[in-house]
Design a binder for this molecule. Structure first.
Ligand code: LLP
Length: 417
């Protein structure tokens, strides 16, 4: 059941017409469906019901407190990569012992805060980081629970910017060197080794890279267990892809079956860090067409939303769908959908056949619930847009539109200027 659908010619989110939200909150805005978020987290959880597991939603995909709360309500923990994400996670009510902390550059302050909170584990990405965590835990009189993020060197067959598990990537520790690192960890007095971690990339649409990675990791786990390490968790990261255009990624059950088979007999609690698959298609970005214009060789549809609001097309050349909020007019045209920002890269779609939008029309950029708002900025001094959650017939503002005052918050003009 898709919770973004047309009723006659009007796009609805659950029981609310998108145009009604637009007239209430103005444009642009992000719009999330509570029912879709709930269905996704429950579906993911249920597909792994037969094995011990913990789903830690990857906060970087969508860090809105209300979104985090929906997942937490459904038994999820969180995967964080910064002190800011830890702060958000705790504010949303996540219990610290369901938080895993990934990322290659955790600062001393961030490590201290995470130890203070009592997180489940650090996914350690380098020998120096391991030493640093040991030292800080020592100062605090604590033992830090860690997994080492290993880099299994498999090709996730996705966009190079979001491939993370290959030799040339900055992430993790080469799987060949990992045993050495584990032995070293065992000698550190303030480290408790409890897991193995890997994350090979994002927007994966095939199962084989996940399975290949697990095969390599099984050998490592076996070696570690023979050497007496009490490994309890296997964190397999995130990465399951979604349909933006015509991709056909595995569904939750297909993914779960492949992983359950590949990890059979390991007797470890599986940890997952899904981001995009839980929120991507649970959100859209709604914009208004300001103008249309005919260039010499192209048509342009100029929307009030821009690359600062949704960076993925500009940054990765990523495809995001463009739908008319009112589809009663059936004509189409081939056009670029662009924003007001002063950069040629400011586009949502290029040379795309879309509805023949007119000024004042609303358009929805689809699959915008992951890496949408979280990657937005104030570039060109554009206030960030609101985030709206629809729950059945309720329109809930889960983040206000920024004001001009918000834009200059914290800035000052020194007296001696
Ligand atoms: N765990 C770790 C350690 C990660 O680095 C990531 C994503 C995830 C989990 C969640 O991956 P997901 O399930 O969402 O694929 N901005 C890019 C995506 C960057 C992904 C970074 N890491 C985009 O918009 O496509």
């Amino acid at each position: 059941m898709n919770h973004f659908q047309y009723v006659d010619n009007d796009l609805f989110c659950e029981k609310v017409a998108v145009k009604d939200i637009a007239s209430q909150v103005g444009t642009p805005f992000y719009l999330y469906s509570h029912a879709t978020l709930t269905r996704h987290i429950r579906g993911f959880q249920e597909s792994f019901a037969s094995v011990p597991h913990l789903v830690c939603f990857s906060v970087k995909a969508n860090s809105n407190l209300a979104v985090l709360k929906i997942f937490i309500n459904n038994g999820a923990g969180l995967d964080i990569v910064s002190g800011g994400e830890l702060y958000r996670g705790l504010k949303a009510g996540c219990s610290a012992d369901k938080i895993v902390y990934s990322g290659v550059g955790k600062s001393a302050r961030e490590i201290r805060e995470a130890l203070e909170a009592g997180i489940l584990m650090f996914n350690v990405e380098s020998p120096q980081e391991l030493e640093q965590i040991n030292a800080i835990a020592g100062e605090m009189g604590k033992k830090a629970p860690v997994a080492i993020r290993v880099n299994p060197d498999v090709d996730p067959q996705t966009h190079p910017y979001i491939s993370t598990g290959m030799k040339k990537a900055k992430f993790g520790i080469n799987i060949q060197e990992a045993v050495q690192e584990y032995r070293k960890a065992a000698t550190l007095p303030n480290i408790e080794v409890i897991g193995v971690d890997c994350h090979i990339g994002s927007q994966l649409t095939k199962l084989s890279p996940f399975v290949d990675a697990i095969e390599k990791i099984r050998l490592l786990v076996a070696t570690l267990q023979e050497e007496g390490f009490a490994i309890r968790y296997l964190d397999l990261g995130g990465g399951l892809g979604i349909t933006y255009e015509d991709e056909t990624p595995p569904d939750f059950d297909g993914y779960a079956q492949a992983i359950i088979n590949a990890t059979k007999g390991l007797n470890l609690t599986l940890v997952f860090e899904p981001g995009r698959v839980l929120t991507g298609n649970a959100g859209i970005l709604v914009c208004k067409v300001l103008y249309t214009k005919k260039g010499e060789v192209k048509n342009f549809v100029i929307s009030d939303g821009a690359m600062n609001d949704l960076a993925r097309p500009a940054l990765y050349g990523a495809f995001q769908g463009i739908l008319p909020v009112d589809r009663s007019q059936q004509d189409t045209l081939v056009a670029d959908v662009v924003g007001p920002i002063c950069e040629s890269g400011d586009f949502f779609a290029r040379d795309r056949e879309i509805a023949a939008f007119q000024p004042g029309d609303l358009l929805a950029v689809t699959s915008a619930g992951a890496y949408g708002f979280t990657m937005s900025s104030n570039y060109n001094s554009r206030p960030r847009v609101p985030e709206i959650l629809v729950k059945e017939d309720q329109i809930l503002t889960v983040r206000e539109r920024e004001s001009y005052e918000n834009l200059i918050q914290g800035e000052n003009i020194p007296d001696n200027l």
